[in-house]
Design a protein around this ligand. Structure first.
Ligand code: UD1
Length: 446
């Protein structure tokens, strides 16, 4: 029998670096090179789904390398606790979740509106408890972000779906049944939701045109450790053979490839040499190529990645965001700031989200020259950026502004830092340790 969750050292709580009122600022004095070590955290986009997967078992799930201080993790902690799960965090990214005594299968608007990933509780709740009611999701304002593929998959598995006052209610009184599901386009979230639902369904589910992002593979590995039967991870066809129940397991969250990529671009822009610890460039080949073209040296060394730029920045590369292993949409904004510094600039075509150039007007305030035509941005190179007061608009856009500020002349103050706190652990601490002149100004400080 599973042991109840023992608090490790403290209950999951507001992280130390979290914005108190959402109005913390970050102030950066540009012009310093980066030299030193940066520890890479566990992947946010993996961690959130793994937490949802804990709803699939009565037993305790134990995670390591969880980015426990992120605001998104705190938000999902509240969602899971509202359902009746018990969550405890410990030092160095340990987290234990027990979902034995689930008292509700309804995820409320107030919590779900904060973050789209909350919608991923639907698959686990539906398959284990035969019903779930989840508010339509919110999250970053980077597009319409529909959920039709998720619902199409549940329906194919025998679920009834109703929409009631902003909530999606799904029921499957006889339990979910395996099905063949073909997604019209690759969706990370829908692939994850269906994988989790299929793990406890009766029969076999084939997911065609499945996502093959590293976070999908991480989820699959965790589910397999829990006793699930899954084949085809990392390919576009995933086969899940349902089992009657899943057990507790230990799982280490994969390193955050987007955080890794963001700091690679930071070094490319600011110059210097940084060792990114517990990181991998394996899943970042679409970024590594353009960085090398720009004159950056990248080397894997014993579980770390070393990034160095000694000479001047060279050519930019035109990029198109694509599903993995293409260029990740989550690094597009950061790469755009790099292109402002490359000799000849470049273009970025965004194919995943239609509204993901909100950082452009803010970068323009710092002197960047960027023209947008539909879903393509043309970025003029070799620009001298200057410090300004700017506003973060979404998670990755905030990171782009930090990167621009690192090379801008003078002081940049970035408002609405709560976006950054959703997805980067201790960003200002990590950059400061490498020589950046960066500080967080708490809300209300003079
Ligand atoms: C997407 C990105 C992911 C990124 C995250 C946050 C891809 C394939 N996915 O994941 O890398 O970390 O945003 O920026 O790059 N769609 C539908 N109906 C659905 C679900 C999705 O039409 O039910 C469409 C979306 O509008 C979008 C595309 O499919 O154009 C990919 O969406 P999806 O992968 O599901 O989004 P996320 O899981 O949020």
């Amino acid at each position: 029998m599973a042991s109840p969750v023992k608090p490790l050292t403290q209950p999951a709580a507001a992280p130390a670096t979290r914005a108190k009122s959402g109005t913390d600022l970050i102030r950066i004095e540009g012009g310093e090179a980066l030299n030193g070590d940066i520890g890479i955290s566990g992947a946010k986009n993996s961690a959130l789904i793994l937490m949802c997967a804990a709803l699939l078992t009565e037993d305790t799930m134990r995670f390591t390398n969880m980015p426990t201080t992120l605001r998104d993790i705190a938000t999902l902690t509240k969602v899971l606790e509202s359902l009746g799960a018990t969550i405890a965090t410990g030092p160095e990214g340990t987290m234990a979740i027990q979902a034995r005594n689930i008292k509700s299968t309804k995820a409320d608007y107030d919590l779900v509106k904060e973050m789209r990933a909350s919608f991923l509780v639907m698959g686990p709740l539906l398959t284990r408890f035969k019903e779930a009611t989840v508010s339509m999701p919110g999250g970053c304002a980077i597009g319409t972000r529909p959920i039709d593929f998720h619902l199409m998959g549940f329906e194919a598995m025998g679920a009834q779906i109703t929409l009631e006052e902003g909530y999606v209610r799904v029921t499957a009184p006889g339990g979910l049944k395996g099905a063949d599901i073909t997604f019209p386009r690759v969706s990370v979230g829908a692939t994850e939701n269906i994988m989790m639902a299929a793990a406890l369904a009766s029969g076999v589910t084939h997911i065609f045109n499945a996502a093959c992002e590293p976070e999908i593979v991480d989820l699959g590995r965790c589910l397999i450790a829990m006793g699930a039967k899954i084949e085809g991870l990392g390919t576009s066809t995933i086969t899940v053979t349902g089992v009657p129940s899943l057990r507790g397991a230990m799982h280490q969250v994969v390193a955050d490839r987007i955080e890794t990529g963001t700091y690679m671009i930071a070094v490319a822009m600011a110059g210097g040499k940084v060792r990114l610890k517990n990181a991998s460039a394996e899943h970042l080949q679409a970024l590594v190529g353009p960085l090398k073209t720009a004159g950056v040296r990248i080397e894997e060394d014993d579980g770390d990645v070393i990034v160095e730029r000694a000479g001047p920045l060279k050519e930019g590369t035109n990029i198109v965001t694509e599903v993995h292993p293409g260029f990740p949409t989550d690094l597009q904004a950061q790469f755009m700031t790099l292109l402002t510094q490359c000799r000849n600039g470049g273009t970025i075509t965004e194919t995943i989200w239609e509204n993901r150039f909100m950082h452009v007007p803010e970068l323009a305030r710092m002197g960047a020259k960027i023209a947008i035509d539909g879903n393509t941005a043309t970025i003029a190179g070799a620009q001298n950026l200057t410090g300004a007061r700017v506003m973060a608009t979404d998670l990755r856009a905030s990171a782009a502004l930090v990167l621009a500020a690192l090379v801008a002349k003078g002081t940049t103050t970035i408002d609405r830092i709560y976006h950054l706190d959703r997805g980067y652990e201790n960003l200002e601490v990590k950059l400061k340790a490498c020589g950046a002149k960066i500080e967080r100004i708490p809300a209300g400080a003079p």
